[in-house]
Design a protein around this ligand. Structure first.
Ligand code: XUL
Ligand code: CO
Length: 436
């Protein structure tokens, strides 16, 4: 039985194609910087928005037509949804998917029942993976939807809820391992606070660190060798999320002995909500060896919340790929489309349009970034800009062989400082436009 009977496997037809259901730029076998695009991009379909999204927003209920879904939260419906998901992902030609425990299987009345439900669906997921060759990029646990997490999960004031969250992650790790997941993500849905009048921030942060260490220890114990990823987001749902941005997350990891165990999963819309560009967040993580994976989406400049739109802006994808290519790709991470179709785009075919456009936008960004890198225009400029640190006093500063006193002596003995040079920002912006 087919759930998308009108749609056959999406093919690469090249930039001249007028077929909306074909790739114009994503040719999985094309080589970019010595890697097949398929392996470089590691495109991933997210289960939550794509197969559980309803199109509801704070002002209105769901709009999306999903004829295969009976609307119930039954295990049977969940198992059927697995077939829908894998048909979609296979037709799209995406090599990976990602999920939260509660997206794929319904929560039961007790933890034991929830775990049982998850086991049934995980069995179906495993069979679908084996049948199609589609792999799991990452698993995670939803510890923000259920009302029990109103005060947070690892940062709750209620120790029983902390214990419940631990048990939930334990199970999610086991299932991720069973399904060959290559990463495990922490997004602190409600790990933050609204008001310090009722909050012991120090205790909450200590508990979060303990929680993550327990996860790392348990992963080791069960032989899960995947990469742990921490996903920054500055706000929503709480006013002060502890995982604000890459800098806050890495400070937390460093302060709590988690560096080396945890990398970051950087999301575009989260970066912009934090007042950063995606490129800034990616580079900040990369230079510290902590860029693990990305949630590829985009926000809307006119709307101040996490709209999770599909990325279509070539300038954005080019910037992302400049950083990603600099570290040779994201493996074992990937490019996960944590994005949802607009509620007005309510037909199933819109899911194809959205993903095809996003994959094309990233493939194009990869090729443009590779061309920029091949010509060395940015690299050469930047290298030259800092050349005063390559020798002489600059090299000594970098080596650490000088101090305030010797630097003062150096300046006093000089008649004139070296002249400043133009940063040529506009020239470089124009140059990049020539590659687009
Ligand atoms: C929420 C968000 C999550 C994480 C996984 O804004 O991005 O979907 O990616 O929990
Ligand atoms: Co995300």
């Amino acid at each position: 039985m087919s759930f998308f009977p009108e749609i056959s496997k999406i093919q690469y037809e090249g930039p001249k194609s007028k077929n909306p259901l074909a790739f114009k730029h994503y040719n999985p076998d094309e080589i970019v910087e010595n890697q097949r695009l398929k392996e470089l991009m590691r495109f991933t379909v997210c289960y939550w928005h794509t197969f559980r999204g309803t199109g509801s927003d704070p002002f209105g209920s769901g709009t999306l037509q999903r004829p295969w879904d009976d609307g119930s939260n039954s295990v049977e419906n969940a198992v059927k949804r697995v077939d829908v998901a894998f048909e979609f992902i296979e037709k799209l030609g995406c090599p990976f998917y990602a999920f939260h425990d509660r997206d794929v299987a319904p929560e039961g009345d007790t933890l034991a029942q929830s775990n049982k439900n998850l086991d049934v669906v995980a069995k179906a997921l495993k069979a679908a993976q084996q049948r199609t060759g589609i792999k799991l990029l990452w698993g995670t646990a939803n510890m923000f939807s259920n009302p029990r997490f109103m005060h947070g999960a690892a940062t709750t004031c209620n120790a029983d809820v902390f214990a419940f969250a631990a048990a939930q992650v334990k199970k999610a790790l086991e299932v991720t391992l069973e399904l060959g997941g290559e990463n495990y993500v922490f997004w602190g849905g409600r790990e933050g606070y609204h008001n310090l009048f009722n909050t012991d921030m120090k205790r909450e942060l200590d508990h979060l660190a303990k929680f993550m260490h327990m996860a790392v220890d348990y992963a080791k114990k069960i032989g899960f060798k995947g990469q742990f990823l921490f996903e920054p987001k500055p706000k929503e749902p709480t006013k002060h999320q502890y995982d604000f941005d890459a800098a806050a997350c890495l400070n937390f990891c460093r302060a709590n002995g988690l560096m080396g165990h945890v990398k970051l999963n950087i999301e575009t819309n989260h970066a912009t909500l934090a007042g950063h560009t995606m490129m800034h967040e990616l580079e900040y993580a990369r230079i510290q060896g902590a860029l693990g994976s990305i949630d590829a989406n985009t926000g809307d400049l006119m709307l101040g919340w996490d709209t999770d739109q599909f990325p279509t802006d070539i300038y954005l994808t080019t910037q992302c790929m400049l950083v990603i290519l600099e570290q040779g790709g994201l493996t074992p991470g990937g490019v996960n489309f944590d994005a949802k179709v607009r509620r007005e785009s309510f037909e199933p075919v819109d899911l194809f349009h959205a993903h095809i456009g996003a994959m094309d936008a990233f493939a194009r960004g990869a090729k443009i970034a590779a061309a920029i890198r091949k010509d060395g225009v940015l690299k050469d400029f930047v290298k030259n800009r800092y050349r005063s640190f390559d020798s002489g006093i600059g090299a000594e500063i970098e080596k650490g062989t000088v101090n305030f006193e010797t630097l003062e002596k150096y300046v006093l003995a000089k008649h004139e400082l070296a002249a400043n040079e133009s940063g040529r920002q506009e020239y470089l912006e124009n140059l990049i436009n020539q590659y687009l």
